[in-house]
Design a binder for this molecule. Structure first.
Ligand code: HEM
Length: 361
């Protein structure tokens, strides 16, 4: 049986000690990334906020960009909303919507996966379960907000996102402002990363042997072709990391893509290794031991750092895996690669195909 191989993207740095770049630091080793993510002296860049109902307000109110004193309460709002969603049910709903979409497109003979499925199905399923009045209309609105969500978006994208935030609030169930923002925040956080995971898993998985289970496929794609390649932290004071002096206010770019190939953790870093018995996550749980004994998916994936770690690690991991599995499994059963090149949108931290064609078998 030959498993897919996924070589590093040309701009993935090699693993090594922290490197000074452009006045900040690039962190590439697994242990160093985990050390930063779990050390309260490194904080996320905080969003300042803005007029109610705007993108700036959303960014200033979600847990993702909140200062340490506001973060736990806001995160709890998102976690509470997620607790009501059953990953098995999400997966089934994603499967059904994917099958319906493929049935509708079957006469065309081919499907552009990103637009028809990867960018749509997870969001439509999540939006419905989070109580948004018009889940189908929520999808383009969330996508518009996601495009301007991270720092550095251009003013035109921000103006579009302002209108999209207003539209999402209008279709949200009544709730205090902070709860409403963090519910929308779940959708925005889910958007690009889950689409990227589906795109990469289809790209690598359609040609893979059927014996490779979808859970293993997703876990190794998350490690070797992560949709979220990096995240940032800022040092609040002078610190030392792996023997390097980090100055106050220094920015650290934590490269998940490099850390996921760290030979100190992965003896055969570039090899595709579907969930062997040696797989354990960074919290020491064995493979298959999901946090609630639920999904083999969850236990296996966390060995990669792609969902982050520590108090700000992704609370939607099991939901993301369930949604992606629902879509990818149907595509693996019904489609084959079209052989057209896969293109990626340029982005400093995300890796999401812009288009990815497959053909019906
Ligand atoms: C493959 C899909 C996904 C990946 C790779 C991913 C990855 C991440 C990462 C790395 C972080 C932490 C960023 C940091 O610490 O700087 C994060 C945070 C977050 N993610 Fe995900 N995510 C995914 C899907 C989802 C989904 C489906 C949801 C919701 C249903 C979600 C909700 C969130 C939220 C709310 C946060 C912020 C947590 C906080 O503020 O403490 N994510 N995600």
């Amino acid at each position: 049986m030959s498993w897919p191989t996924i070589p590093p993207d040309p701009d993935t740095p090699r693993c090594g000690p922290p490197v000074p770049v452009d006045g900040g630091w690039v962190v590439t080793r697994h242990a160093d990334v985990v050390a930063v993510l779990t050390d309260p002296r490194y904080v996320v860049p905080v969003a300042p906020g803005g007029p109610p109902g705007t993108l700036a307000w959303l960014r200033g109110t979600v847990s993702r960009f909140s200062a340490p004193d506001r973060h736990p309460g806001r995160r709890a709002l998102g976690v509470a909303a997620l607790r009501d969603l059953d990953p098995d049910e999400l997966r089934d709903a994603a499967t059904r919507l994917t099958m319906q979409t493929l049935d509708r497109l079957a006469t065309a003979g081919r499907v552009e996966v990103m637009g028809a499925l990867a960018r749509r199905v997870p969001l439509e399923v999540l939006a419905a379960r989070l109580g948004l009045a018009d889940p189908a209309a929520a999808v383009p609105a969330v996508t518009t907000v996601a495009a301007a969500y991270h720092p550095g978006a251009d003013p035109a994208a921000v103006a579009h996102a302002d209108r999209a935030v207003a539209a999402l609030l209008a279709m949200s169930p009544p709730a205090p402002a902070e709860a409403a923002a963090n519910r929308i925040g779940l959708l925005v956080q889910a958007a690009d990363a889950t689409a990227g995971l589906i795109g990469a898993s289809v790209r690598h998985g359609l040609a893979a042997p059927a014996a490779l289970g979808t859970a293993d496929l997703l876990a190794e794609v998350l490690r070797l072709d992560p949709p979220v390649r990096a995240t940032r932290r800022v040092a609040t004071g002078a610190t030392r990391l792996a023997g390097r002096e980090i100055g106050p206010d220094a920015t650290l770019l934590l490269r998940f893509d490099a850390a996921n190939r760290d030979p100190a953790v992965h003896p055969d870093p570039d090899g595709f290794r579907p969930g062997g018995p040696d797989q354990a996550d960074h919290a020491g749980r064995p493979a298959g031991a999901g946090r609630d004994g639920h999904l083999a998916l969850a236990g296996r994936s966390v060995r990669a750092l792609t969902f982050g770690a520590g108090p700000r690690g992704c609370p939607g991991e099991r939901h993301a895996l369930a949604l992606a599995a629902g879509v990818v499994e149907v595509l693996r059963a019904r489609c084959r690669p079209a052989g057209t090149p896969v293109r990626y949108a340029p982005h400093p931290t995300l890796r999401v195909p812009t288009s990815l064609e497959v053909m019906f078998r």
